[in-house]
Each structure stands twice: as structure tokens, then as C-alpha cells.
Design a protein. Structure first.
Length: 135
């Protein structure tokens, strides 16, 4: 009997997470821009979808690479923390560059979600590594 790919594999979670994140943030942008003409809404939501997809996918790939084949939960926490510092730095840099009035208030919800995701995804990678070593 052939092996089936697990829905909980880090590769699958990375792709699904990027799709969900992109769709959620694009919907939020569309909602926030609802007073604009529909072309502007579509353009803004589309740009946000693309940026969110790439950012989430890259964030997940960096975490996955950082954890590697480790089976130690402490590695997962260190990698998640390092990834969050880099991600937060990039987001703050971009928002300061574009002149966002209150970057901390703007990014706090995003960074809270990203932090929780980083820890969960890194721990999933470690758990996946432990299960793979038993197989």
C-alpha cells in the first residue's frame, strides 16, 4: 500500500496557511476600502492578497528551514522567536517607509497572529520530524 500525504505535513500547512492568510487579509482590505470605487477595492485587495500570500509562504519556509530535521521543542521556540523578530523588523520598516501613522497599532494584530502561527508551525515541524523518525 502506498503512503498518502498527510494534511498535517509542514509543506501542506505552509500552502494552506498562505492561502488562508492571503484571503483573510485581502477581505479585510476590501472591507476597509468599501467606500472607494470598486476598481480601487479590487486593486487594493489583490495587492494585499499577493503580499500576504508571499509573506506567509516565505515566513513558513524560513521557519521550516530553521527547524530542519530537529526533534527538539526548544529549537522550535528559538526559530519561531527569530523568525518573528525578522518579520516584525521588516513590517515595521515597510510601514515606517510608507508613512503609516501608527505602525505599532497597525501591526499589533498582525504580529500577534504571526507570533502564534510561528510557534504552532515550528512545533508542528518538530512533531512531524519526530513522527517521521518513528516510521
Amino acid at each position: 500500500m502506498g503512503s498518502r500525504k498527510s494534511w498535517a505535513s509542514p509543506r501542506t500547512v505552509r500552502l494552506v496557511s498562505a492561502l488562508v492568510s492571503a484571503t483573510g487579509y485581502a477581505a479585510w482590505v476590501a472591507f476597509c476600502a468599501r467606500q472607494l470605487p470598486w476598481q480601487a477595492i479590487v486593486q487594493s485587495a489583490g495587492a494585499q492578497w499577493l503580499l500576504s500570500f508571499v509573506a506567509t509562504f516565505a515566513f513558513s519556509a524560513c521557519i521550516s528551514r530553521g527547524v530542519g530535521a530537529s526533534q527538539r521543542p526548544a529549537v522550535a521556540l528559538r526559530v519561531a522567536g527569530a523568525a518573528m523578530l525578522v518579520y516584525a523588523g521588516l513590517l515595521f520598516g515597510v510601514h515606517l517607509y510608507i508613512g503609516t501613522p501608527h505602525p505599532l497599532l497597525t501591526l499589533l494584530p498582525v504580529l500577534t497572529l504571526a507570533g502564534a502561527y510561528a510557534v504552532l508551525f515550528a512545533r508542528l515541524q518538530v512533531r512531524h520530524n519526530c513522527q517521521a523518525s518513528l516510521a
